[in-house]
Design a protein around this ligand. Structure first.
Ligand code: HEM
Length: 619
């Protein structure tokens, strides 16, 4: 009896997977009385349904999840039983499968009620992690924050998602459950994860004026509750509040860049020179070379924002008490503790934990520096408004730094600017320096690519003293391709998140409006379907002409996100990285002799080993 019910249950689930429910089932069974399996299903229907109900209410989706392995087209025109469907049974046994295959291959003529419909949201495969604690613990690094939110906080924060991501468990989930995975907490907070470009495209197609995505709660807490500012920060602001600010920031952030080109180039030259000072007799730089890149990235940021070179790359090294040294120390500390506070259970929500204290202390240092330069800019702007402008001053005003522009022209409140700049430093500057680290690594590991890049750069920079300009930088397609390829393999942010603004069908499932979606951008960019030899660093793949694109890259490659919520610092970061790479490759042959470097997720992807490059002089 037990075995019969089990076999019949499998059959019942398979039919349900194909969209055939109770009433249809009875009807089909009447029409095909010779089908033993169908008869079994109908005989044991009450028992099965009771069991299914219990399972549903228990939230145990292990069986139904595997049963509902994605089958994109659920056509009722297809034979209801066929071998590929049988393969989808994960929790069946051989006998049950044989029994299913016994069923005559019946073509069911659909009636209107049996039309191709998307499967309900609850059928999306995924782990019932909160039910199975031993499974749950494995996901803590990935989901801790979200689950905690889901359990305790989500309802009270209007569903703001906070999320700690780690690539390995996510890949595991896709391997286990297919291209669309649902994770559900018992109280609130369903998350759906996807990686296929066509699914990502469908999500972005729904995007409206003010897309919502996950924020960074600890930074939001710092701004709103610890410092009592008005804004939660650029990554956590949502809706019209953020759209208004972003519109004001976009113009100065993109159009003002050109005027800083020369100074950004000088900063690259400074790092080129500094490498001579810090490398050893084997031309190898110290293991903490990533810190040098952070200094370079921070110097670029200060030039662009404050119109100042703060001296992060002083060739004589930094005095520990100096402002640049304190900023770098604070930035490194903030990065470490930001990542720790966002990981796992967010105990800081209940009391100020030691990690939160360290983070807030580091943020205070950055906050005071930003505050100082904002006050200076305010004084300058005040002075300018009191003094009538002559022609020279008009020019000066036009070329004034981004900070003055957003204070003066856009009239953004100083406190709000502090909040914006803080998050950009903590995440944007870190993203740039770590991506740059990966780019140098890939060049060091691929001498053929490096040689080809040098051959492209050399005619533009024939002498050590030669300089670049925006036009010549843009005339280096192979350099751009190298950067693109690096961002494909190691995007700073491996996931992009959105809250779905409308109900959609994805992969044959209904995804309701309001669902949190994780789009696994890094996984998409490393799949064979989307990129040939996906694990190889092959900049050539980006050199194909646009009329004949080798790949449909648009939604399988999103290192800066997409749409209105895409990265604000994209142009800035790309210009800085291309400039520095061109200068370094002109000057040095870069080598790396140690174990392969992978990435670790610390709110941004960071190299998991020291960047002990050798910088060997070319001339
Ligand atoms: C290589 C360096 C960088 C990479 C790969 C990168 C990537 C990203 C990504 C993937 C997003 C999310 C986009 C989305 O959800 O669609 C983002 C958002 C953002 N980035 Fe960047 N970023 C970089 C550098 C920077 C820099 C240097 C800044 C600022 C100085 C910056 C400022 C921002 C801001 C403010 C947002 C939030 C935009 C919004 O929500 O509308 N980023 N970035």
């Amino acid at each position: 009896m037990f075995l019969h019910v089990r076999k019949a249950t499998n059959m019942y689930r398979l039919l349900r997977f194909h969209g055939i429910y109770h009433t249809e089932l009875s009807r089909i069974s009447e029409r095909y009385p010779f089908s033993r399996s169908l008869a079994k299903v109908t005989n044991y229907l009450p028992a099965i349904e009771r069991q299914e109900y219990l399972q549903d209410t228990n939230n145990d989706v292990i069986c139904s999840a595997t049963l509902a392995q994605p089958q994109p087209e659920h056509s009722m025109d297809t034979q209801i039983i066929h071998s590929s469907s049988a393969n989808t049974l994960d929790c069946d046994n051989a006998a049950a499968t044989a029994e299913i295959l016994d069923v005559p291959k019946v073509r069911v003529t659909p009636d209107l009620t049996m039309e191709k419909t998307a499967l309900p949201f609850e059928e999306i495969p995924g782990p019932a992690i909160l039910k199975l604690w031993e499974k749950y613990w494995k996901y803590v690094p990935l989901l801790g924050t979200q689950l905690f939110c889901s359990l305790l906080i989500n309802r009270f924060t209007q569903g703001r998602l906070n999320w700690n991501r780690n690539i390995t468990p996510l890949q595991y989930l896709f391997n286990e459950y297919g291209p669309i995975v649902r994770i559900h907490g018992p109280i609130a907070g369903n998350i759906v994860m996807i990686h296929r470009p066509e699914h990502i495209a469908e999500v972005f197609k729904q995007e409206e004026d003010s897309p919502i995505r996950s924020g960074i709660d600890i930074l939001q807490h710092y701004h709103l509750h610890y410092r009592k500012y008005r804004l939660p920060g650029p990554f956590s602001m949502q809706g019209a509040e953020w759209t208004d600010v972003k519109v004001k920031l976009e113009k100065p952030f993109t159009q003002q860049l050109s005027q800083y080109f020369d100074r950004l180039e000088l900063t690259s030259d400074e790092l080129v020179q500094r490498i001579r000072k810090i490398r050893n007799r084997q031309d190898e730089v110290p293991g903490q070379f990533i810190e040098e890149l952070t200094r370079w990235s921070m110097e670029c940021f200060s030039i662009l924002m404050f119109n100042r070179r703060l001296g992060f790359l002083e060739s004589t090294g930094l005095n520990v008490a100096s402002e640049p040294a304190r900023i770098i120390e604070a930035l490194t500390t903030a990065h470490v503790y930001l990542s720790r506070c966002e990981t796992g259970f967010q105990v800081w929500r209940f009391f100020e934990t030691p990690f939160a204290k360290k983070l807030f202390g580091a943020c205070d240092v950055i906050d005071s520096v930003i505050g100082k330069y904002i006050r200076q800019a305010q004084n300058k702007v005040r002075h300018r408004t009191l003094t009538p402008l002559d022609d020279k001053d008009t020019m000066a005003e036009e070329s004034s730094p981004i900070l003055e522009k957003i204070l003066f022209n856009e009239r953004i409140h100083p406190d709000d600017i502090t909040t914006l700049l803080m998050d950009m430093i903590v995440l944007g500057v870190q993203a740039t320096s770590n991506c740059q680290g990966f780019l140098l690594y890939y060049l060091a590991k691929n001498p053929r690519v490096q040689r080809k890049l040098f051959e492209e750069i050399y005619p533009i920079l024939p002498n050590r003293s030669s300089t670049l300009n925006e036009a010549t930088l843009k005339s280096l397609p192979y350099l751009k391709a190298c950067l693109q390829e690096c961002l494909r393999l190691r995007p700073a942010f491996p996931y992009i998140t959105r809250v779905l603004p409308k109900t959609i069908n994805l992969h044959g499932y209904t995804i309701p409006k309001g669902t949190y979606l994780i789009m696994a951008n890094q996984i998409a960019a490393r799949r064979e379907e989307n990129f040939e030899d996906p694990e190889k660093f092959k900049p050539e793949r980006w050199m194909t002409n646009n009329d004949n694109p080798e790949y449909n890259q648009e939604f399988s490659y999103l290192p800066f996100g997409h749409g209105v919520r895409s990265c604000l610092g994209k142009s800035m970061a790309k210009m800085e990285m291309m400039l520095l790479t061109a200068k370094l490759i002109r000057e040095y042959r870069i080598e790396y002799d140690y174990a392969d470097i992978g990435s670790r997720y610390m709110m941004v992807n960071v190299p998991n080993r020291p960047l002990r490059f050798r910088f060997v002089d070319r001339d």
